[in-house]
Design a protein around this ligand. Structure first.
Ligand SMILES: [Zn+2]
Ligand SMILES: [Zn+2]
Length: 305
């Protein structure tokens, strides 16, 4: 049965694979911006963001990667923003993608929420970086009212600390009414094998920074550690997912509300939408035989602004 719920998979354009969060020699990474672009290009990516730490010790860098762009590989300008101070001892870690190169350093009194608002006002996509890694509380996360997204998987936090997964915070924020999207990223510094473990697939008409940024802000993307999601068809009673070969294909809302299809080598699954109860959104998770996952963004079934 046809339906009125369209997803990113129904939009025109194609998917471009990118990494939104990495560090170069402009802060505490080990690759130059040009080496970073080469590394990601050779792994089959279409774009990367050199999101260097925007703080005094590195001279407030907004890394200019425009000169490493080629017709088949681009960059967005971004940074990881810091300001004092979250509930637990730490400075804020906020990812901003699409910043202007002349974004001004914060003064000493600017708080995390204020810094995020100033970055968002320039048109940037704002993400809560690696919440699990620094025990970001729901109360703190709620103060970043301009956030577009939660970094639900951070590969460096996983490789270095075993704390890459921040879906728990994402679920709580969704349940509290925040309409956020979910992205995976490397946060690679290239000192350990911390690259190519989590990425976004962004749907856009062209590989240009403005189109990618608009798509990110609109939530026109999905995230992956490996699997590909090809399509999600939302019917009245069923949800049909097609994907690369998977071991488990799941549509989930909160708690017990989920439908799944388990079995080796599945490339399509018809899931029971009625198992989602009165859900106002659901998320599709695709798991391959190695345990690597891909996640859709929340797919909204009812209006929520
Ligand atoms: Zn960080
Ligand atoms: Zn980082």
């Amino acid at each position: 049965m046809s339906n009125s719920i369209s997803t990113v998979f129904d939009l025109p354009g194609r998917f471009y694979r990118g990494n939104l969060h990495t560090h170069t020699t402009m802060s505490d990474g080990t690759l130059s911006p040009a080496e970073l672009a080469d590394a990601y290009r050779s792994e089959g990516y279409h774009f990367v963001v050199a999101s260097d730490h925007f703080w005094e010790r590195h001279g407030w860098p907004i890394t200019d990667t425009r000169d490493v762009r080629t017709p088949d590989f681009t960059t967005l300008i971004g940074a990881e923003l810091h300001a004092p101070q979250t509930k637990f001892w730490e400075v804020w870690h906020l990812l901003a993608v699409g910043l202007p190169l002349d974004f001004a350093p914060p003064d000493k009194n600017e708080t995390g929420p204020e810094l995020a608002r100033r970055a968002a006002a320039t048109g940037a996509f704002i993400g809560l970086a690696h919440p699990a890694w620094y025990a970001l509380t729901v109360e703190d996360a709620d103060t970043i009212d301009v956030a577009h997204a939660v970094e639900v998987y951070n590969h460096t936090s996983e490789v270095g600390f075993g704390k890459g997964d921040s879906w728990s915070l994402m679920d709580i924020l969704l349940a509290r009414g925040r309409k956020l999207t979910a992205f995976a990223a490397d946060d690679a510094h290239f000192r350990t094998p911390d690259a190519f473990g989590g990425w976004v697939q962004v749907k856009a008409r062209t590989l240009c920074p403005d189109a990618l940024l608009a798509a990110l802000k609109a939530g026109h993307y999905y995230s992956s550690q490996g699997p590909e999601i090809h399509h999600i068809d939302v019917g009245l009673d069923s949800i049909v997912v097609s994907c690369s070969p998977a071991w488990n294909i799941i549509a989930s809302w909160q708690g017990k509300f989920a439908s799944r299809s388990i079995g080796y080598g599945q490339t399509e699954a018809k899931l029971d939408r009625r198992a989602l109860g009165d859900a106002d959104y659901f998320i599709v998770t695709v798991v391959d035989e190695s345990g690597r996952k891909a996640w859709s963004n929340p797919i909204w079934l009812k209006g929520r602004s």
